[in-house]
Design a protein around this ligand. Structure first.
Ligand SMILES: N[C@@H](CCC(=O)N[C@@H](CS)C(=O)NCC(=O)O)C(=O)O
Length: 214
């Protein structure tokens, strides 16, 4: 298995956590998102992933893009430990949390969006960082409201074992810190993050622990 990865890509961070939880080894191949205008936009990489986004997982010669699709694939080929609960309502809750982050927060803060704001609309720093803080704050505040006081929330987002929801939450909080979002209004989110990062699967997946970390 090969994972096309960039150390501080949060979508790749998700997949690294899932691989670690499953105990699956993958060769990491670095795709530098900034150097040379971005290796993700080169023809070689786009043959694997026409979106020009990381991550891409290659398994048995098949390329799979989109972190959530990759993680569900890993969960299907290696069912233990499960990353989704069995019961349909519980599965929906976990997928809801994951997609609140992966579909409604992260895409607005992606590199190509920030470059477009700068290059086509002349939006410079600190306004672009403010844009990021705005969308992260809106999304994370909603997530805190959903999780706080919910009987289904445990030491993790859903119960006491890690799921796809935590796999999305921890990298998103890492990104929020990078742009200095104030996390203090969301004690449930940071409690879950602290708990997760105390485990080897989450800790080893941190950007600073990657071979291509700068
Ligand atoms: N929905 C995709 C998002 C992938 C994505 O946005 N990756 C970012 C890094 S976290 C990327 O490759 N950005 C490069 C760019 O915007 O040029 C997934 O979950 O895999």
């Amino acid at each position: 298995m090969k994972l096309y990865s960039f150390w501080r890509s949060l979508a790749t961070f998700r997949v690294r956590i899932a691989l670690n939880l499953k105990g699956i080894a993958a060769e990491l191949i670095s795709v530098h998102l900034v150097r040379g205008g971005g290796e993700q936009y080169g023809d070689t990489y786009k043959r694997l992933n026409p979106q020009g986004l990381v991550p891409t997982l290659v398994h048995d010669g098949h390329a799979i893009g989109q972190s959530l699709a990759i993680i569900e694939y890993l969960d299907e080929i290696e069912p233990e430990p499960p990353l989704l609960p069995r019961e349909p309502l519980a599965r929906a809750r976990v997928r809801r949390i994951a997609t609140m982050i992966a579909c409604d927060i992260h895409p607005l803060n992606n590199l190509r969006v920030l470059l477009y704001l700068r290059d086509s609309f002349g939006i410079e720093e600190p306004s672009r960082a403010e844009w990021q803080r705005h969308w992260m704050t809106k999304g994370l505040a909603a997530l805190e409201a959903l999780l706080a006081n919910s009987p289904e929330t445990g030491t993790y987002c859903h119960g006491d074992t890690p799921t796809l929801a935590d796999i999305c939450l921890v990298p998103q909080l890492f990104n929020a810190r990078r742009v200095e979002v104030d996390l203090s209004p969301w004690p449930t989110l940071t409690r879950i993050e602290t708990h997760a990062l105390a485990t080897p699967a989450f800790e080893a997946a941190l950007p600073k622990n990657q071979p291509d970390a700068e």
